[in-house]
Ligand binder design. Structure first.
Ligand SMILES: Cc1cc2nc3c(=O)[nH]c(=O)nc-3n(C[C@H](O)[C@H](O)[C@H](O)COP(=O)(O)O)c2cc1C
Length: 497
C-alpha cells in the first residue's frame, strides 16, 4: 500500500462503536476495514468488499470521524479505494481453500493458536467469556496463588511511538487478587460455557506443598494445562517468581512438586532475565514439564520524570524495576524461542510463545521459529480482544495465498535458518537501488549514509535526487531502513571476494 495511506491508517483512532461505520450509508464497515489495515491484514480489509463502493456518496463517514472534532478526519473514501485495489490484486486467491488453524498443547486441542496470556486480560469470567466468544482459542489465567496481593498505584508506564501507540509497556503488577476458590469457580463456569476452549492455570506457590496443592486444585477444577510462573519480575519476596526462574535447582524441585499434583501437561513459564534460557528449560523438562512458555516480562525502567526526578511509574516519587512487554520485546522473545526450538535436549517440548504479538504476522514469526501456540497480553490491553479477528483472518489469508492447509506445516519452518554468525555468507554486497518514481527527495537516505554509514550516497540538492557511489557502498541497508516512502529496493549483487 502507498505509504501516504499507511500514515492515514496509523492516524485512525480505532474507535469503539465507530461513528464512521454507523454513518456509512452503504454498510461498508469502514472502521473494521481500516482496523484490518492497521493490523497488517489486507485480507481482512478487503474481505467481502462489494464491487460498487462509495460512488457519489458525500462521505458522511468522514463527517462523523471523531478526529474531525480536533483535527482533520481520516480520508475514509480514499482509503476505501485503496482497499479496492488490494481486493483486485488478491482476486486470484481462492477464498474457499480450506485452512486449518488448529494445533495443540501436548495433545490438548486448540482451535487456533491464539490465547490470552496470564495477566489482567485473563482474570475473570466476563472478560474471558467475551474473548472466547470473539474467537480466542484459550487463556492462561492470571497467576493464582495462596497469599494476598497489595498492589501499588499507579502500576503501569509506557513508551509510545510518534503516532501515539504504545510499543513498550512496563508493569509492576503482581498476581491474581481473587481468592483461589473464586478463580476455581471461574474455571468451572468457563468450561461449562466453552468446553472446546483451552484453560491454562498459571500458578505460583511459596512452598513445595503449595505448588503441588495449586496444581492439583486447578486440574480438578477443569484446567487443561498447568503453567508454572517461574518468571514474574515483580514479586517482593526473594523466593518467588523470577528468582526461581534464575535457579536451575529450584526449577527442578518445584516442577517436581507441581508434577506430583497433576497429570495434566505442565508448561514452565520462563524469564528472559537470563543469558540463555535453555539450561532452565532443561531443568524443568528433567522434572516433568512438557513444555515451556516464554517470555515473561523483562526487568526495566521505562523512564524518569525530569521535573520530579521520579522513575516511572511513580509511586509517591519512587519506582522499582518492573516487567517490560509489548512490541519492543518481540525480538528478545523470538530469540529465546529460536534458541529453545533448536536445542536437541529440548526436542519434543511444546513452546508457547509470547512477547509483543500484535498482528498475525508477529504470531506467524514465532510459529515459524518453532512455537506451537501463542499468547498475548499487552496488545489486548491497548486494543481490546477484537484483535483476534485480524489475527486469525490474516493468518488464514497468508496460508491461502500459499496453498498451505494446516498451520502445523508452518511450525518451526524457519528455525534452521537461524545460524551462527560465522556461518553467514560474506562474499556478496546487495546494493540499494533508488526508485525515483517513488522517491520524494527528502534526503534522509543521504543524511543517514553520510553521518551514520559509509558516505556512499550523493545528493543532488538542485534536483533533490539521491544516487549511489558503488565504490563506497558496503550494502548495509541503513538507507533502506530510514527511507520513509519505501523507495529503495536491493536488486544488484556484487561478489566482493
Ligand atoms: C499487566 C501485566 C500483568 C501480568 N501478569 C502476569 C501474571 O500474573 N503471570 C504471568 O505469568 N505473566 C504475567 N504477565 C506477563 C505476560 O503474561 C506476558 O508474558 C508478557 O507480558 C509478554 O507478552 P505481551 O508482550 O503480549 O504482553 C503480565 C503482563 C502484564 C503486561
Amino acid at each position: 500500500m502507498n505509504w501516504i495511506y499507511e500514515d492515514e491508517v496509523n492516524r485512525c483512532l480505532l474507535c469503539e462503536d465507530a461513528p464512521c461505520t454507523k454513518a456509512c450509508v452503504k454498510n461498508l464497515n469502514p472502521a473494521k476495514r481500516i482496523r484490518s489495515l492497521y493490523f497488517d491484514n489486507p485480507y481482512g480489509a478487503s474481505d467481502q468488499l462489494p464491487k460498487e463502493l462509495c460512488g457519489e456518496c458525500e462521505a458522511p463517514c468522514e463527517k462523523a470521524c471523531i478526529l474531525s472534532k480536533c483535527t482533520k478526519p481520516i480520508e475514509i473514501k480514499n482509503l476505501m479505494e485503496e482497499i479496492k485495489k488490494i481486493k483486485e490484486t488478491e482476486e486470484k486467491v481462492d477464498e474457499d481453500f480450506e485452512v486449518d488453524l488448529s494445533c495443540d498443547i501436548c495433545g490438548v486441542k486448540l482451535e487456533n493458536p491464539f490465547m490470552l496470556s496470564s495477566s489482567v486480560v485473563g482474570s475473570n469470567f466476563e472478560m474471558i467469556d467475551k474473548a472466547f466468544t470473539l474467537g480466542w482459542g484459550g487463556v492462561s489465567f492470571k497467576t493464582i496463588c495462596l497469599f494476598e496481593q497489595y498492589e501499588a498505584s499507579p502500576r503501569y508506564s509506557a513508551l509510545k511511538s510518534r503516532t501515539g501507540s504504545i510499543y513498550g509497556f512496563k508493569n509492576i503488577e503482581q498476581l491474581s487478587d481473587h481468592a483461589l476458590e473464586e478463580n476455581l469457580a471461574v474455571f468451572k463456569q468457563l468450561k461449562d460455557k466453552h468446553p472446546n476452549k483451552v484453560i491454562i492455570a498459571s500458578i505460583m506457590g511459596r512452598t513445595k506443598d503449595e505448588w503441588e496443592y495449586l496444581a492439583r486444585a486447578c486440574s480438578e477444577a477443569g484446567a487443561d494445562v498447568i503453567e508454572l510462573n517461574f518468571s514474574c519480575p515483580n514479586m517482593e519476596d526473594g523466593t518467588l517468581g523470577v528468582t526461581i526462574g534464575q535457579d536451575e535447582e529450584l526449577i527442578e524441585i518445584l516442577t517436581r512438586s507441581a508434577r506430583k499434583g497433576t497429570s495434566k501437561p505442565i508448561l514452565a513459564k520462563m524469564t528472559p532475565n537470563v543469558i540463555e534460557m535453555s539450561p532452565y528449560a532443561i531443568a524443568a523438562k528433567k522434572a516433568g514439564a512438557n513444555g515451556i512458555a516464554a517470555i515473561n516480562t523483562i526487568k526495566s525502567i521505562t523512564g524518569v520524570n525530569i521535573d520530579t526526578l521520579a522513575p516511572e511509574p511513580s509511586v509517591r516519587g519512587y519506582s522499582s524495576l518492573g516487567g517490560y512487554s509489548g512490541p519492543a520485546v518481540k525480538p528478545i522473545a523470538l530469540r529465546f524461542i529460536a534458541e529453545m526450538a533448536t536445542s536437541k535436549v529440548l526436542e519434543g517440548m511444546h513452546l508457547s510463545a509470547m512477547g509483543g504479538i500484535e498482528s498475525w504476522r508477529d504470531g506467524l514469526e514465532f510459529i515459524l521459529l518453532g512455537a506451537g501456540s501463542l499468547q498475548v497480553s499487552t496488545s489486548i490491553m491497548q486494543y481490546g480482544y477484537r484483535i483476534i479477528e485480524d489475527l486469525t483472518s490474516g493468518l488464514k489469508g497468508y496460508m491461502r495465498e500459499r496453498n498451505i492447509h494446516s498451520l502445523k506445516q508452518l511450525i518451526g519452518a524457519a528455525s534452521t535458518n537461524v545460524v551462527e554468525l560465522n556461518e553467514l555468507e560474506r562474499n556478496t554486497i546487495l546494493f540499494p537501488k533508488f526508485n525515483l518514481d517513488k522517491c520524494i527527495g527528502c534526503g534522509r537516505c543521504y543524511i543517514s549514509c553520510y553521518d551514520g554509514g559509509h558516505q556512499a550516497i550523493k545528493f543532488d540538492y538542485e534536483k533533490r535526487i539521491p544516487s549511489l557511489n558503488g565504490a563506497k557502498c558496503v550494502g548495509c541497508h541503513l538507507c533502506k531502513l530510514v527511507c520513509p516512502t519505501g523507495s529503495i529496493s536491493t536488486q544488484r549483487k556484487r561478489i566482493t571476494r
